[in-house]
Design a protein around this ligand. Sequence first.
Ligand SMILES: N[C@@H](CCC(=O)N[C@@H](CS)C(=O)NCC(=O)O)C(=O)O
Length: 200
Amino acid sequence: MELKLYHTPQSRSIRPRWLMEELGLDYELITIDLFEGEGETVEYKKIHPLGQVPALAVNNEIMLESGAMCHWLADSYEDHSLAPVIGDPARRQYEQWMTFSLASLEPWPWLVMLHSRFLPENQRVAEIIPWANKRVIPVLIALNDALLDKDYLLGKQFTTADIMVGSTLLWIPQMLGDFPDLLAYAQRLKARPAYQRAMA
Ligand SMILES: N[C@@H](CCC(=O)N[C@@H](CS)C(=O)NCC(=O)O)C(=O)O
């Protein structure tokens, strides 16, 4: 299977890249410089109609959405150690954290980043930042509680759910100070060789 990842460093495309590194897959990396407007070109919009990264070409067929890519890659390759198979009771927790990462965690740090760094200054709404910072606290408490006495979300076994949750937690190290188990988890994730290769 031929895999080609359209990627911008320090973006959501780290998710499928990290997973492909964990799986030891061969893939071609095509860097899109979003800050130089490469996402907005007519040519790139034929790859990703929203002009975003990641996009993944699988045998030249394009797939969008980092979460979908991670789901598909983890279920399709190797020995399934990065995703419990359907039918394994652990799959329920796995699905929960896969969806939690995008639906319950990502919106709050993303709002903070948009309104403090990414939007042009005249489009930022300062009041959103304290509100989003407040909304993320119960989310971080839930994750911290889930990780008590555990190395990873599903226990001893690192899975793709850790990539989905961890990649977003690693956007916000400054918010993790009150959550020692989350901090330790973030350190464990950053120490993984596949993460370091994906960030290189
Ligand atoms: N839900 C999409 C979101 C993709 C996304 O927003 N990517 C950002 C980079 S992290 C992007 O390309 N932003 C440029 C834009 O929206 O114009 C996914 O997870 O793949």
